[in-house]
Design a binder for this molecule. Structure first.
Ligand code: G3P
Ligand code: MG
Length: 246
């Protein structure tokens, strides 16, 4: 059965990476979501895609200057629709609570932090600590474009499942070495340029293959027929029946 991941939550119908967008997964029977995380000045892990506030909030500036006390007053909903006005900037701790409450599973994408080694280590440790609070029946898959970060995370928390994100080339010539060096279980590949042969190669190597960001139903259906394990989409509210066995 292929998985449908709601990319940044239900991001076609709610503001991306908010508790509202992720909480809505439960309303549509979508059990998996993808969300992006990074770390702010006081060490709190927050859920946001960009390292600045400008695109998805009512504020400007770097997220790296924020304190936890700032978060409630940042409006992450109005840019999308007045219906979501006042939606705060969520912490990973709040997201973990939501996952437990609504029985959601998460692909947590750790952004490649821009502030160097020490902050990256803090980010890794804080993510590991927050995920410890998940109920036993919750599932989580960590991904990142930063392979060094992933390898370090695996060293610190061998029990966590990892996915290596690939962007430019769907599947470069050295993907298998990267996956094995990181200790990953999955590859998260760009749908652009992905071929049936690449899917077969990954599957025959026993590596889980999830594809992003697929917003065409026809393409999602094709990929699922090729045998991909998951499709990461902004349109999860209309894709869920593509999961076989439903
Ligand atoms: O995890 C899939 C996708 O989210 C990776 O790219 O930039 O949307 O986080 P981005
Ligand atoms: Mg992402």
């Amino acid at each position: 059965m292929a998985r449908i991941f709601a990319h940044r939550g239900m991001s076609a119908i709610a503001p991306e990476n908010t508790l509202a967008a992720i909480g809505q997964c439960a309303d549509y029977g979508v059990t998996w979501f993808e969300a992006d995380v990074d770390i702010i000045a006081d060490g709190t892990v927050v859920v946001i895609h960009d390292s600045h506030l400008d695109r998805t909030t009512n504020r400007t500036g770097s997220i790296y200057d924020l304190q936890a006390s700032d978060l409630e007053n940042i409006d992450t909903g109005s840019w999308f629709s007045q219906e979501f006005a006042g939606e705060g900037l969520p912490t990973l701790a709040q997201l973990v609570e939501l996952m437990n409450e609504k029985k959601l599973n998460g692909n947590i994408e750790i952004k490649s932090n821009e502030q160097g080694t020490e902050r990256t280590y803090q980010l890794i440790d804080a993510v590991i600590a927050e995920l410890e609070k998940l109920d036993d029946d919750r599932e989580v898959l960590i991904s990142s474009f930063n392979q060094l970060l992933l390898a370090e995370l695996k060293r610190r928390a061998p029990h966590l499942r990892l996915g290596v994100l690939f962007s430019k080339e769907a599947l470069g010539y050295d993907w298998r070495s990267i996956v094995e060096l990181v200790g990953a279980d999955a590859i998260h590949v760009n749908e652009d340029g992905l071929t049936r042969e690449m899917v077969q190669i990954a599957r025959s190597a026993g590596v889980e293959i999830n594809v992003w960001t697929v917003n065409s139903r026809a393409r999602a259906n094709e990929l699922i027929n090729w045998g991909v394990d998951g499709v990461i989409t902004d349109e999860a509210h209309t894709f869920i029946e593509l999961e076989s066995g439903r």
